[in-house]
Ligand binder design. Structure first.
Ligand SMILES: Cc1cc2nc3c(=O)[nH]c(=O)nc-3n(C[C@H](O)[C@H](O)[C@H](O)COP(=O)(O)O)c2cc1C
Length: 233
């Protein structure tokens, strides 16, 4: 199994430790690619729309390419972010913007329709589940069919301060989640994904995309003629 993990923080705090606990419970051979933001990608989207012409035209492509490959290759994507002001961290939001080409409203990648993903956030008190939501929304629009969200109040500002009882809960929860993910079952495509894809295909067909290159992309894939990204080419 190939796992790509994207952290919305540079440090190995409570959130990272939850993800690490999950990895310890993956009962399968796996390879891991791990990215820390902003260390491994330190840009903000300029809103130039060059990427909708072709991904490689993004002014930051050189720095994004490695991450892009790792995201496409993975069977399992894991995103982590500390809860900052009831939201994901700013570097995570910057990441969401930098990969907006992947959204079904633009140029979705067929690889995404076969993946599972996990989103992890910790808060001191409130907002951890809420912080996972924008990432879940991004993954829905990327076409990832199976996403698990884990948001937890850890009652601490650092991993060292997390009460033992909480750590035991995390260990139990990650054991359960790890077991589910280890089975490596191919995820089915849900109604929301099918609905969104059909809607976006209709939009591209009508020429309401962000440019002719987008429509050409959908056409090349055969998606304007009934082909589906989850059924292979
Ligand atoms: C800028 C900032 C904003 C924060 N906002 C919240 C918040 O909205 N709700 C909350 O309960 N904790 C908040 N916290 C606390 C962290 O979410 C919490 O300590 C979290 O477990 C840190 O994870 P980490 O150790 O992986 O960095 C905030 C901390 C910082 C530094």
């Amino acid at each position: 199994m190939k796992i790509t993990m994207v952290h919305g923080q540079n440090h190995k705090g409570s959130t990272w430790h939850v993800a690490d606990e999950l990895l310890k419970n993956i009962d399968a051979d796996y390879t891991l690619k791990e990215f820390f933001l902003p260390k491994d990608l330190n840009h903000f989207c300029l809103g130039c729309y060059a990427c909708v012409k072709s991904r490689e035209q993004c002014p930051f492509w050189e720095d994004k390419a490695q991450l892009d490959t790792a995201l496409r290759e993975a069977d399992l994507l894991i995103f982590t972010t500390p809860t900052y002001c009831m939201m994901p961290s700013a570097p995570m939001k910057a990441f969401i913007d930098l990969f907006f080409t992947n959204w079904m409203s633009h140029k979705p990648c067929e690889e995404m329709f076969a993946k599972r993903a996990v989103i992890i956030s910790t808060a001191a008190g409130a907002g951890a589940k809420k912080a996972t939501k924008p990432i879940a929304e991004m993954l829905l629009y990327w076409g990832v069919p199976k996403v698990s969200r884990y948001g937890l109040a850890v009652n601490a500002s650092s991993w060292a301060g997390v009460p033992e009882k909480k750590k035991a809960k995390i260990a139990g929860d990650m054991k359960k989640l790890g077991k589910k993910l280890s089975a490596g079952k191919k995820p089915g495509i849900g109604v929301r994904t099918r609905f969104l894809f059909r809607l976006m295909a209709g939009m591209q067909k009508a020429g309401w995309g962000a440019g002719p290159e987008e429509k050409a992309y959908w056409q090349e894939k055969g998606w304007l003629n009934g082909k589906k990204p989850w059924k292979g080419s």
